[in-house]
Write a protein that binds this ligand. Sequence first.
Ligand code: ADP
Length: 580
Amino acid sequence: MINILKKIGWFIKEEKKTYIFMFFLLLLISAISLAPAYVLGVAIDTIVSSSLNLKNFIWLLASLITLPLARYFMSFLYNHLITKEAQKLSFKLRYKYLDHLFKMDSKFYEKYTKGDLITRVTSDLEQLTVAATSLLEGIIFNIGVIVFAISVMSISISWKLTLISVSIMPIGLTILNIIRSNKRKYYKVHQEIYAAMTEKVIESVEGQKTIRAYTMEENDLVSQDKAIVNDIESWRYIVKFENWFNPLFEVIYGLAYVLAFAFGVYYIINQEITLGQLIIFVSYISMLYAPIISVSTMFQQINNATISATRIDEIMSYVPEVHDTKESKEILNFKTIEFKNVSFQYPFDTFSVLKDINFTIKAGQTIGIVGPTGAGKSTLIRQLLREFNVTKGDILIDNVSIEEFKIEDVHNLVGYVPQAHMLFKRSVDANILIGNPKASNKDLDRAVKIADFEKDLLYLHDGLSTLVEESGSSLSGGQKQRLSIARAIIRDPQILIMDDSLSAVDAKTEVNITNHLKTFRKGKTNIIVTHRFSAVYEADVIYVLENGTITQSGTHEQLLKEDGWYKRQYISQITIGSDK
Ligand code: ADP
């Protein structure tokens, strides 16, 4: 409970006035709910004592009509307010959560799966919102009704009768809640099973093309089945407790009724209470049923919400290894970037992918990085994206560690064209403008030209306004690459990194793009990771990376004079090329 209040205390503070208003509204509603039964009891006693006259009758009738009406309008107002507050809270929590996700580093995303992160922002967040809003009703209204009813029963009717009939309820509830506690403990496991099922569904939806191409539908459904059955069984286990709970509580409740009636009649005979009072008493017993069940469900919600709050908190309190500090410096430009004895190991790997790397990039240079697949080329160059901190050594920008600069500033230095293109279901130009939303039409045309994307526009039915389907499925591999290049170029970055970004374009397009880069990016730095030598012929320096180590460096001509991987590969590439 305290955990939940801690998580949403800021919201209640922000909405203080509305919450205070709703608090008094609920108190009023709970008091008014009990009034009609009381009026009825008084009416019966008035009739039995033969003191009913027209004036009394009209008053009683008017009260019986106006009280439920007043209750209806107040409940309507309360429901309207609480629904609005719930939506506001859910929106704000979701916003905070997503904002936090944007600040996380790659280690975080290696630790948590998509399914897990989605479950936390949907199901867990929902639990927290429901608890945050229904708790108010649960505590104020239900406890209000219970306290008001028991006060009237014990003070103005009979404390003995109240003690005999009502005290059985909390005793019964406590026993039942102890039985129920197993379910509470299990809820965390259930949320994890649910997250695993969500992850499986995402995987199948995302991989549907590959699954169909390899006719793996049945296999996929079998593994889907397992995840769904796990979830259903886990849910069944939870429901089993509920199925026991309500009937058992009804037995206890029935007993309270019998006791109230039997002793009530006895007290009437002894003239300790009137018939009207017994009717009020029995009516209040039946009115206690719903609030007591609600209060016990509320404990249930508090339990689920506490677990959900802990699950959300785990994410919200995660401090990424790559993060800014108050001392983080600004950087808008650079002269040199030096990799100094850099080694790197992925967080959940057992070996180093990069080993003792030393090299320097000067502003304005075009750098080529080549080497066998899996040598660590991408890993090396992605160090400039601040996804992880290096394991050993340092990367210095103008002799200052990259870790001392603001992450956003370092990101702004770089335009990165990844191997796997991330395209959004938006128009082509909107996809390019993600690189720089403030770019002008002139900038857009320039980026399209440099990326050699102009010719593609002729084939797209609406040119730049053509809608790109989800994940770019309506574009060819080459078009996706060129669109990605245009997106990076439109930011006119100090450093353009092309991570094997020309693999799907033909030789002519490759020449066009490299020529455009030479012309339009004079004075800027380009880093080209490739397995095709034609893309790096004219680079100022080419580094050969083998098994995580730089084994050769120099210009194309210099490297051809050395015996090594570069020359061997170059010869084999031209031989295969001329064979074709
Ligand atoms: P290249 O770009 O030269 O093909 P990569 O840098 O992509 O090589 O990969 C180098 C090594 O790092 C490979 O063994 C690969 O399996 C591993 N690797 C790449 N990304 C990750 C990751 N996110 N987590 C763990 N290992 C990774």
